[in-house]
Ligand binder design. Structure first.
Ligand SMILES: Nc1ncnc2c1ncn2[C@@H]1O[C@H](COP(=O)(O)OP(=O)(O)OP(=O)(O)O)[C@@H](O)[C@H]1O
Ligand SMILES: [Mg+2]
Length: 553
């Protein structure tokens, strides 16, 4: 900004000084020329009058005497002016006078300066005529500089010889030198002025820009979390006021952030404490409920139903409590990763085995496509199993009798598993919220299926713990796809996934597309060897798909 202001003022200053200089030079030159011309015209008119008076009073009788008279007159005319000038005394070309008198000139080399037109005007007796000329500085030389000059001509009456052309050649060398000097002074003055303008602008903008720069720096530090960073307040000017207001704003921001941090820590502690405290009474209730549940056959139907409901709701309660404890462990930064080298296919198998019962109940067809070779990576099997199980349970619950497809692939850097269903699906907006805590697209559904909306939030934390990705895609009516990508080894930063998130087809895979109809026993196919047209290893390293994560941290 400082450079921009200085450049602008320099350019504007240069233009202004240039225009002013040009105007001043022209005015001075015209003024000097006009004044000098006036002097020259007056001086030459006076000289001509004096010469005419001398001619009139001369008593020359012969041509020789007239020639002598002219010869005497010439040097006098040359020096009678204020400065030196050259004088030409020429007999007009068409003169018919009797006395043969030859032309006289004090500088024969300059004869060419008098143009024929000027001579014609002078001979016509139009009084005093003048013309601007360029006088060679060294008339003898081939290449010579020129100085400006003025030629003034008039007609004088010489006894016996008749009318004679009288020319004076004045040099304006002195004036030209003065003008050059003034131009140099103006140029130097202009450059000094522009230089000073640049320096003044630099200093002034620096005074304004420096505090703004400091403020930007401090704002950056504040944004980086250094909440105690402040601006230095100097003096009482506008900048000091700005700095004071800035500091007040920063202090108020810091207070609010600290307050919120305290509040949030308090909330986390509260959730964690309450969850812990609830565990003991819940264990007692659970034991009592199991006793009641085991005697349910002896109860009348209404009481038996209550005993069953009690056991069911206790299950949900326990799940919720476990989720809350897990979340509070993440919040407290106490979650640890027990990573080991494992085959992802085994872990996904275990998760699938746990979901099979639910799939059967819901009439959902499960199909899986695994690579034929071991899909080894470093991960925490317990956490990954939980993630996949949650994805599977979600998919089965939202599959609407359609199939659910599990796919595993790997490349040099990552292993990935996708869980795809063809059920209710979700909007892009919903896909960006599924990882939020307690978020459910349809809270009414949760009441029937028992979801609390914490499953994906925990899964995402688990994926992050592995430096992995958990992403969601969905389209209403076309189903949803969740992709978990984990680095093969700790320390690898993921750049792509071996599997696409946005499915290539919106229809179920061949074989699974028909799926079981309601009422039929679902078929669970775990295809260990995958389809015959499995891509080769090189192809597997290609990027997972055009979309980037809709992951919400
Ligand atoms: N495959 C899916 N298709 C459509 N919506 C889904 C799918 N998976 C998740 N969702 C939506 O995301 C919400 C959050 O899922 P999440 O697993 O976090 O919670 P939940 O399944 O409701 O409860 P739980 O904590 O028991 O897992 C779900 O309630 C549902 O609305
Ligand atoms: Mg869930």
């Amino acid at each position: 900004m400082q450079l921009q202001v200085v450049t602008t003022s320099l350019v504007v200053g240069l233009l202004a000084v240039g225009a002013l200089g040009a105007y001043l030079t022209t005015s001075i030159r015209d003024g000097v020329f006009d004044q000098r011309l006036e002097e020259i015209l007056m001086e030459s008119a006076r000289s001509t009058e004096q010469a005419q008076a001398q001619f009139d009073s001369a008593t020359a009788g012969t041509g020789t005497q007239v020639q002598q008279l002219l010869n005497d007159m010439l040097p006098r005319l040359r020096t009678s002016g204020a400065g030196s000038r050259e004088v030409f005394l020429w007999r007009p070309e068409n003169s018919t006078a009797s006395a043969a008198v030859i032309d006289l000139t004090t500088a024969p080399a300059l004869n060419g300066l008098v143009s024929p037109q000027m001579r014609e005007q002078a001979v016509r007796g139009e009084g005093q005529v003048w013309q601007s000329v360029a006088i060679p500085e060294d008339p003898g030389a081939e290449v010579s500089g020129v100085v400006p000059g003025i030629v003034v001509g008039s007609l004088v009456e010489v006894p016996l010889a008749g009318p004679f052309e009288l020319y004076y050649v004045y040099s304006l060398k002195g004036e030209a030198e003065t003008l050059g000097f003034i131009q140099r002074i103006l140029g130097a003055g202009g450059i000094t002025l522009v230089g000073m303008l640049g320096i003044i602008t630099w200093i002034t903008t620096r005074q304004v820009v420096q505090p703004v720069r400091n403020a930007a720096l401090v704002a950056e530090r504040l944004a980086d979390g250094h909440l105690d960073e402040r601006l230095t307040v100097r003096g009482q000017d506008e900048m000091a006021t700005l700095a004071r207001s800035f500091n007040e704003m920063a202090a108020s921001l810091r207070d609010q952030i600290r307050q919120m941090e305290q509040l949030s820590a308090l909330q986390r502690r509260f959730v964690s404490d309450v969850s812990h405290e609830l565990r003991t009474p819940l264990t007692t209730i659970r034991m009592a409920s199991e006793v009641i549940h085991s005697y349910r056959e002896g109860f009348d139907p209404a009481v038996r139903r209550s005993a069953e409901l009690l056991a069911l709701q206790l299950d949900r309660f326990e799940d919720l409590l476990a989720d809350l404890l897990e979340i509070s462990r993440f919040d407290a930064g106490a979650a640890t990763l027990d990573a080991e080298r494992r085959d992802l296919r085994d872990v996904v198998d275990r998760a699938t085995d746990q979901a099979v019962a639910l799939a059967e109940r819901k009439g959902v067809f499960l199909s899986a496509e695994y690579p034929p070779e071991p899909t080894i990576a470093e991960f925490d099997p317990r956490r990954v199993e939980l993630i996949v199980r949650n994805l599977l349970v979600n998919a089965i619950e939202h599959a609407e009798d359609g199939p659910v497809e599990i796919t595993i692939r790997y490349d040099r850097e990552a292993v990935a598993v996708t869980v795809r269903d063809f059920g209710v699906g979700m909007t892009t907006e919903a896909a960006s919220h599924v990882f939020d805590r307690f978020w459910r697209a349809d809270p009414a559904r949760a009441r029937t299926s028992g979801g609390t909306g914490l499953g994906l939030a925990i899964s995402l934390e688990d994926a992050h713990l592995h430096a992995g990705w958990l992403e969601a895609w969905g389209r209403p009516g076309s189903g949803a796809c969740f992709r978990l990508t984990l680095p093969v080894r700790a320390g690898i930063v993921l750049t792509s996934s071996p599997l696409p998130l946005v499915p290539e087809t919106s229809r179920p895979r061949a074989g699974g597309s028909t799926g079981p109809t309601t009422g039929q026993v679902p078929i669970v196919v775990i295809d260990r060897h995958g389809p015959s047209a499995l891509p080769d290893l090189e192809a597997l390293t290609a990027d997972g798909g055009p979309d980037r994560p809709q992951e919400v941290s």
